[in-house]
Design a binder for this molecule. Structure first.
Ligand code: C2E
Ligand code: MG
Ligand code: MG
Length: 732
């Protein structure tokens, strides 16, 4: 019985252990299958293919292709994760260990390393469309140059098999391919229609046109290198793909195409709203600039106010000494053409006035003085209070009449200030005047000028009388002349005060007139006849001699024209000031235009240039002479022998004729020596091959001597003095 029981127990234990062992075997069998069934796979896809494959806001790879693959894989019991191809082409991606399968393929292709691939069943038919730059008629697909994306290399191969005549050029990005299309490097671009439907929403691609007539479809498959493992995998995927029905595919496609809005990138915003953005920027910049200018203006205004306070005398309102110095300096610098004088003015016994009448009366007197003076000053003049009763005035030189009117309108009322107010006291004003010299315009030193004026004021004071005195009376005379001559020139040229006279030039041997020199004459309305020797240097100093000269040249051309018309072909020399040859003015062109205007031959107008022009600017002088002679003008050196004639100049300056000035004979020197000089100068000039004319011939001895030595052209009082045009015309 015990034996039987033991047997039963052993059997029971054995049964239990068999049961347990069988269970554990079953368990281990199940996990191996699951391992095989639930394999997760990595799918390599491009990510620049919205809406087929792209990265969404949560940084996940999504799109039509991703959705279909996920659905098929799920059905096949596979877990799928997507990974970007990261710039690899499909062929390269096939070889990569990183991906189990790669998408999308139109057909099986050879990998980059030359291995064969296998592909899944078709997920869907994807339409491919050609796009052109603007409306274009394309010939048959077989002859086209087509641009595609590099990452579409697989599809490109499929297309190439379909259309062997098509030239396919691959580009790195959509932007590159569009650029190539626009530059006519390809006829059209080929791409998945879904991608186009998204990409063509880009504003700057608005002129790309879809060619619906040239559409074809391709398969959309996943692929892997052809090996046994992958065949199992592809098989599985195919089972999954076979479960995807058409409705599902349609709804996924719709979801990612029409329902997805194109998203603008920065470039799109710039393209679309560029002008508005530009205008906004311009507006902001303008506001900033205006604000800055306003602040600057305000600052300047404040500074001016402050300066005014510093530079103004608080009692009288005229400038303080500092202010006067600045303003006077500025006026002189900016108006070198204005002849100025500066005066130092002082009231005699001002202390006595203050003591006897009180400070208030003293102040009133000063205010009265300044108000009278300011009323007579122009904007080019200025007054300042030096100290106490001393005033400085910078005034334009107006001549004696202006001095008189100042005396009447300003000085006399001040003199009678107290008398006019019922008090028995006549004021004495002493003034010293300094007239500015040309040097003062170059080195402006107001204090120095005022010192000179003060010296003159002291001279007046010493006489114990009032009135004014000049520090430099000769400069005053000159200053008055400048005003009367230079300022009056424009009027004189118009009014006929200035005339052109002619002094005949003769050939002494032949006894006939061969030409004339034009000399200007000024019959001044106030000064009467004034000599060119007086007014020409003044006009030169003022820089306006060219106005006079141009007038003379034009008058001469008019006369020559008139004489030509009368059948009288005459020759006239005109004078050039050294200032007529200057930078920025082509004197030769000027003369050429002038003779053309009056239909005068160039050889009729002869040009006299003084030696001094050579000293000023030899290079410009020589260039001007060469050009004048090229035009056909005869060029003469004037006053040879009277100045500092230089043999160097004679060698360097290529002129036609020398005008030998006999004035040097009029000195007290030895006549014999003078004659010897003339004899050799004539020989020298002839040997140099130049013509010669002697001017300033006053006696028959001189004429005979010159003729004897070989100089027969002459000009001088012995023959004719300068004469009016009418007198000159009568000579012929
Ligand atoms: P210049 O060009 O040497 O002219 C000759 C000057 O000598 C003239 O003086 C003429 O009247 C004077 N003269 C002529 N024959 C004799 C004579 O036998 N004896 C004496 N003692 N003098 C004689 P004018 O007309 O007073 O001219 C003086 C200078 O003024 C001229 O010397 C010339 O350099 C200049 N000039 C005259 N008119 C013009 C002009 O329209 N433009 C320029 N830039 N300068 C001119
Ligand atoms: Mg002359
Ligand atoms: Mg001369």
């Amino acid at each position: 019985m015990r034996k039987k029981c033991r047997k039963i127990i052993v059997l029971m234990l054995l049964g239990c252990s068999i049961f347990l062992f069988r269970d554990s075997i079953c368990e281990s069998k199940k996990s191996a299958a699951a391992l095989q069934e639930q394999r997760s796979i990595t799918v390599g896809v491009p990510i620049d293919r919205c809406p087929v494959f792209y990265i969404d806001d949560s940084n996940k790879i999504v799109g039509i292709g991703a959705e279909l693959m996920k659905a098929a894989a799920l059905e096949a019991g596979l877990e799928v994760s997507f990974k970007s191809l990261d710039g690899l082409t499909l062929k390269e991606a096939l070889d990569s260990e990183e991906y189990d399968v790669v998408m999308p393929f139109g057909s099986a292709i050879i990998s980059a390393s030359g291995k064969k691939s296998i592909v899944t069943a078709n997920f869907m038919q994807t339409p491919f469309t050609l796009v052109t730059d603007g409306e274009k008629e394309l010939s048959s697909l077989n002859n086209l140059r087509v641009g595609m994306l590099k990452s579409l290399g697989g599809a490109a191969e499929t297309v190439h098999e379909l259309y062997p005549g098509m030239e396919i050029i691959l580009y790195d990005s959509m932007a590159d391919s569009v650029k190539a299309l626009r530059n006519n490097k390809v006829d059209c671009l080929l791409h998945n229609s879904y991608v186009w439907s998204y990409v063509l929403q880009k504003p700057s691609y608005h002129n790309l046109v879809v060619q619906p007539a040239l559409m074809f479809s391709m398969d959309f498959m996943a692929g892997a290198i052809d090996n046994s493992d992958n065949r199992v995998l592809i098989d599985k995927l195919n089972k999954g793909i076979s479960t995807l029905n058409e409705n599902y595919i349609q709804s996924v496609t719709l979801d990612y195409t029409s329902r997805k809005l194109y998203r603008y990138d920065l470039e799109d915003y710039i393209y679309e709203y560029g002008i508005i953005a530009f205008l906004v920027v311009v507006l902001i910049v303008s506001i900033l600039v205006i604000a800055r200018e306003k602040i600057k203006k305000e600052k300047r205004h404040q500074e001016e106010k402050l300066n005014n306070l510093i530079n103004t005398d608080s009692l009288t309102g005229v400038l303080s000494m500092d202010g006067f110095r600045k303003k006077a300096e500025e006026l002189i610098r900016n108006h070198p053409e204005i002849p100025y004088m500066i005066s130092f003015n002082n009231i005699n016994n001002f202390k006595f006035i203050n003591d006897s009448f009180g400070w208030e009366w003293g102040d009133e007197l000063l205010k009265f003085w300044t108000s009278k003076s300011l009323a007579s000053l122009s904007e080019y003049e200025v007054m300042g209070r030096i100290t106490g009763d001393r005033f400085a005035v910078l005034r334009k030189i107006g001549g004696d009449e202006d001095m008189n009117s100042d005396n009447e309108e300003i000085i006399t009322p001040i003199r009678n200030f107290f008398i006019d107010r019922g008090k028995e006291y006549q004021i004495q004003i002493c003034s010293g005047v300094y007239v500015l010299t040309p040097e003062d315009y170059k080195n402006i030193d107001i204090d120095r000028m005022l010192d000179f004026a003060r010296v003159a004021e002291k001279k007046v004071k010493a006489t114990r009388k009032d009135g004014f005195s000049f520090y430099n009376p000769e400069q005053w005379e000159k200053g008055k002349n400048v005003v009367e001559i230079c300022n009056h020139l424009p009027v004189a040229l118009k009014s006929g005060e200035i005339q052109v006279w002619y002094q005949p030039q003769i050939d002494y041997s032949k006894g006939k007139i061969v030409g004339a020199e034009a000399l200007c004459r000024w019959n001044h309305y106030k000064l009467g006849f004034i000599s060119p020797a007086k007014f020409i240097p003044l006009l030169e100093e003022a820089g306006i001699v060219v106005d006079l000269d141009s007038y003379v040249w034009e008058q001469v051309c008019k006369d020559l024209q008139k004489w030509n018309e009368q059948g009288d072909h005459r020759y006239v020399s005109v004078n050039l000031s050294r200032l007529d040859i200057r930078e920025g003015w082509d004197i030769a062109d000027h003369f050429n235009t002038l003779v053309k205007k009056y239909d005068v031959a160039t050889d009729q107008l002869r040009i006299e240039i003084t030696e001094s022009a050579f000293a000023d600017n030899p290079k410009m002088l020589i260039d001007s002479i060469i050009k004048l002679r090229k035009y056909g003008f005869r060029v003469e050196i004037d006053d040879f022998g009277s100045g500092y004639s230089s043999l160097h100049m004679l060698k360097e300056v290529p002129v036609d004729c020398i005008k030998l000035d006999l004035h040097f004979l009029s000195g007290t020197g030895n006549m014999e020596k003078g004659n010897t000089i003339i004899r050799y100068v004539i020989q020298m000039i002839k040997a140099l091959g130049m013509d010669l004319i002697a001017e300033g011939v006053e006696t028959s001895e001189q004429a005979n001597f010159l003729e004897n030595k070989g100089c027969s052209e002459m000009q001088g009082y012995f023959f004719y003095k300068p004469m009016t045009r009418n007198e000159f015309e009568v000579l012929f």
